[in-house]
Design a protein around this ligand. Structure first.
Ligand SMILES: Cc1ncc(COP(=O)(O)O)c(C=O)c1O
Length: 487
């Protein structure tokens, strides 16, 4: 697949200087974090800036044009995920804010939240926080806040919130077992209204293994017990279609910057009644038609009530253009292309005996993920990513990617006492992790060859060589002290 034409040539040919002074073309293998914008997004947005005016606020022609385009984008988004006619598409800056927004609404409703242990922090912390905040009635004085005497309040919120969120433990290979999911629903259901699960939050595709949970089946279980399902689709939509009607999904949340649309755009698409049921997540100008002389806030139950302040027009339009292009190419074609790159990387990296891979082929023997997580034995993951960048011009991501349980389990960490101590001392070096190479339309076969060559050379030279060479680095310094003593 020739994907060169899809991107700005300058961004594709971006050169970086290596630590030896040589200049090479940058290889972006960090697409699961953020994708490179598509050329049509760039061109479309630049052109629209010329007729850009205030959204929802002006009578002038530019305002009318911008408002119409902004509103039309909601329909484009809804079509992309095959939402129900009545569903809302609410613009949010990213998945994190979208999840906080949904968690805020659901905190007004009795019952518990269920998340899995492979969720990104952005898909479970908001639920703990909003649930905890909703139940907490304790306040501190202004003086205490100024003096930072707020631990009591903060701990109380999180402790209350944790009690409201049930974590589903995935199987050893980080996949779902539907029978055990159902068992939790059934057990909670028997305990009464305060204990029954009201929402199941699940990732559409894991950002650590690429695994795609069975959304339709999970939705069926949730609905059988009177709960709703929220899908964190931010690692999914750029690789695979979601069909909200066929899969019976109540909400999807996603970030545009992971699907080739920059400018802080994303969306919550879903159930209008829940979004209408409570005051909007954020209040201000733009949400309401009128405030009476007595201070009563009059509200229309419409999607615009969820647009506090001046909306991000450019962000919305970048989503519009990226969706147009993804639809034109075909998301299926994109994932076939990415899977072929991942297959090559997986089989080549698998030949390097020092490499431990944390992804695998599916039951049909096919690599159906767009990312690979791995470690080189004895190497701190952060060091590997640093070497890849400094000496090879390859951008990856290393660490926990906000899914700490995954890192603890792959590295068999039974107690995190030492990690906690280090973090409390301000050192993050002992936080366990791995290296993630994630692929998108921007990549080509040559990128895999460079990655494999680099990993093979790094593994051959061995960790001691690099710990010496990178001794300036506090991260590796701490690591060295823990694992290799001071020499
Ligand atoms: C699965 C998953 N959920 C949520 C997020 C948070 O997305 P954002 O940073 O755009 O809010 C990420 C980001 O990496 C993710 O991978």
């Amino acid at each position: 697949m020739d994907t060169k034409k899809l991107f700005n040539r300058k961004s594709l040919n971006y050169k970086v200087e290596l630590s030896n002074g040589k200049k090479v073309e940058y290889v972006n293998l960090d697409n699961a974090a953020t994708t490179t914008p598509l050329l049509n997004v760039e061109e479309g947005v630049i052109q629209e800036l010329q007729e850009y005016g205030s959204v929802h606020r002006g009578a002038g022609i530019k305002s009318q044009i911008s408002t119409k385009k902004f509103e039309d984008t909601r329909e484009t988004i809804k079509k992309f995920v095959n939402a129900r006619k009545e569903d809302y598409a609410v613009f949010v800056p990213n998945t994190t804010v979208g999840m906080n927004q949904l968690a805020y609404f659901f905190a007004n409703i009795k019952g518990k939240i269920m998340v899995s242990d492979i969720e990104h922090s952005s898909s479970f912390l908001p639920w703990i926080f909003q649930e905890g905040r909703h139940q907490n009635s304790f306040q501190v004085s202004l003086n205490d806040a100024l003096k930072n005497n707020t631990n009591g309040l903060n701990n109380k919120i999180m402790n209350l919130g944790r009690k409201k969120v049930i974590t589903y433990k995935t199987k050893e290979d980080f996949t779902f077992d539907l029978a055990s999911v159902e068992k939790i629903f059934s057990e909670q259901d028997k305990k009464g209204e305060d204990e029954k699960i009201k929402v199941l939050v699940v990732t559409g595709a894991s950002n650590v293994t690429g695994y795609k949970p069975p959304i339709k089946e999970l939705a069926k279980i949730a609905h059988n017990y009177g709960a709703l399902i929220v899908v964190d689709a931010c690692q999914l939509l750029q690789h695979e279609k979601i069909d909200m009607i066929k899969q019976d999904v109540d909400f999807v949340v996603f970030s545009g910057h992971k699907m080739y649309a920059p400018f802080g755009s994303g969306a919550i698409v879903g159930n209008k009644n829940i979004l209408d049921a409570f005051w909007p997540y954020q209040m201000g100008g733009g949400n309401f038609p009128y405030i009476t002389s007595k201070g009563e806030v009059l509200r229309y139950k419409n999607v615009q009530a969820h647009d506090p302040g001046t909306p991000n027009f450019v962000g919305a339009r970048s989503l519009y253009y990226s969706i147009k292009e993804l639809d034109k190419i075909g998301v299926d074609k994109i994932s076939t292309y990415e899977h072929s790159l991942v297959e090559k990387a997986y089989s080549e990296l698998g030949k390097i005996k020092e490499v431990v891979l944390y992804v695998k082929r599916n039951k049909r023997g096919v690599m159906d993920t767009s990312l690979i997580t791995f470690n080189i034995k004895h190497f701190p993951c952060l060091l590997v990513a640093e070497i890849l960048n400094d000496e090879y011009g390859i951008g990856t991501r290393a660490g926990s990617y906000c899914v700490y349980e995954f890192s603890r389990r792959i590295l068999n960490i039974k107690s995190d006492k030492e990690i906690i101590k280090a973090v409390k001392e301000g050192k993050t070096c002992l936080i366990p992790g791995s290296v993630r190479a994630s692929f998108s339309l921007v990549n080509k076969e040559d990128d895999i060859e460079r990655l494999v060559r680099a990993i093979s050379e790094i593994a051959k030279k061995g960790v001691k060589y690099y710990l010496k060479k990178y001794s300036h680095n506090n991260i590796t310094g701490e690591y060295r002290r823990k694992y290799y003593g001071n020499n």
